[in-house]
Design a protein around this ligand. Structure first.
Ligand code: IPM
Ligand code: MG
Length: 355
């Protein structure tokens, strides 16, 4: 299995180093050969080549069976031409690989329930949400877009657009995910205001006819943001567009108390899947051995599960992470009373010991 590894910027390289070590140990333990190649993306690619997504990176990804990504971006590149910002590298590779489905599970590790921001009586009802975010369409990519000066005044504009085939395929992914979980799907839109949302809702309802066992509900995005905080137990799978999914998945992650814990998978119809932690590049702690590598390690578990059908291997990683947490090891972001503060490297090594 060929895996393209893109550490990226900020804490990307350090969390990825721990992730790759875990992957190699899994390979030895289960008798698999994981061949990794590194590629540049984001700020690291800008510094080396002048652009955030070099041709060689796209080629290396396309030739792989799966792609692992750390994080992109940082203050160093905040003032450069927006057309070559580090984030463009990430958006570009999602588009190049047609990774239209972004799965972002937000669940609470029982060992971390004290880190959760919600009241104990709310958490008790359960917190296990899968956000299925459309990733290659919507307002992120819609045309026309741009900035201009009109009548001496500056203006900027983007277009939120969804085609039927885009809604259909993401709805299918979400219904399939719901079938494997609690069979409840909530489609989030803004159909009380946006035309694009009315089309979205219509098509999701049509797709639902193929999944009579799944209970489909609809919610406006503003209400969904509130309900996620008020009573997340009402959600099983959420399906939504690119921008709403970006926002709601951060909210869903944050209420678990630990954005440093959550993995994600971006999948297309046939291209290699891309796996990345949902947190960012955390430039403020980069290079200080303070980052939490667990979201990256759990992203590798998702890769094994979704791209390579290695459920046992994925379970092994997830169990090792839980065991490590149960032993009380904590990076700064998930530190609690009685926890033992460790760095990125120590956390990675503890997980390896527990594999
Ligand atoms: C995410 C990030 C990206 C996004 C940025 C870095 C371009 O916020 O993966 O959620 O907006 O999709
Ligand atoms: Mg985001």
């Amino acid at each position: 299995m060929k895996i393209c590894v893109m550490p990226g910027d900020g804490i990307g390289p350090e969390i990825m180093e721990q992730g790759v070590k875990v992957l190699n140990v899994i390979g030895e333990k289960f008798g698999h050969k994981f061949e990794t190649t590194e590629a540049l993306i984001g700020g690291a690619a800008i510094d080396a080549t002048g652009g955030p997504l070099p041709e060689e990176t796209v080629k290396a990804c396309k030739e792989s069976d799966a792609v692992l990504l750390g994080a992109v971006g940082g203050p160093k590149w905040d003032t450069i031409d927006p057309a070559i910002r580090p984030e463009r590298g990430l958006l570009g590779i999602r588009k190049e690989l047609s990774l239209f489905a972004n799965l972002r599970p937000a669940a609470l590790f029982s060992e971390l329930k004290d880190a959760c921001y919600l009241r104990a009586d709310i958490v008790e009802k359960g917190l296990d949400v899968m956000v299925v975010r459309e990733l290659t369409g919507g307002i992120y990519f819609g045309e026309p877009r741009g900035t201009k000066t009109e009548n001496g005044e500056r203006m900027g504009y983007n277009t939120m657009v969804y085609y039927e085939h885009e809604v259909k395929r993401i709805a299918k992914v979400a219904f399939e995910a719901a079938m494997k979980r609690d069979k409840r799907l909530c489609s989030v839109d803004k159909a009380n205001v946006l035309d694009v949302s009315r089309v979205w809702r219509e098509i999701v309802i049509e797709v639902s006819e193929e999944y009579p066992e799944v209970e489909l509900t609809h919610m406006y995005v503003d209400n969904a943001a509130m309900q996620l905080v008020r009573d997340p137990s009402q959600f099983d799978v959420i399906v939504t567009g690119n921008l709403f999914g970006d926002i709601l998945s951060d909210a869903a992650a944050a209420i678990t108390g630990s954005i440093g814990m959550l993995p994600s998978a971006s999948l297309g119809a046939s291209n290699p899947g891309l796996y990345e932690p949902i947190h960012g590049s955390a430039p403020d702690i980069a290079g200080e051995n303070k980052a939490n590598p667990l979201a990256t390690i759990l992203s590798i578990a998702m890769m094994l599960r979704y791209s390579f059908n290695m459920a046992e291997e994925a379970d092994c990683i997830e169990a090792a992470v839980e065991k490590t947490l149960a032993e009380g090891l904590r990076t700064g972001d998930i530190m609690d009373e009685g926890g033992k503060l460790v760095g990125c490297t120590e956390m990675g090594e503890a997980v390896i010991k527990n594999l």
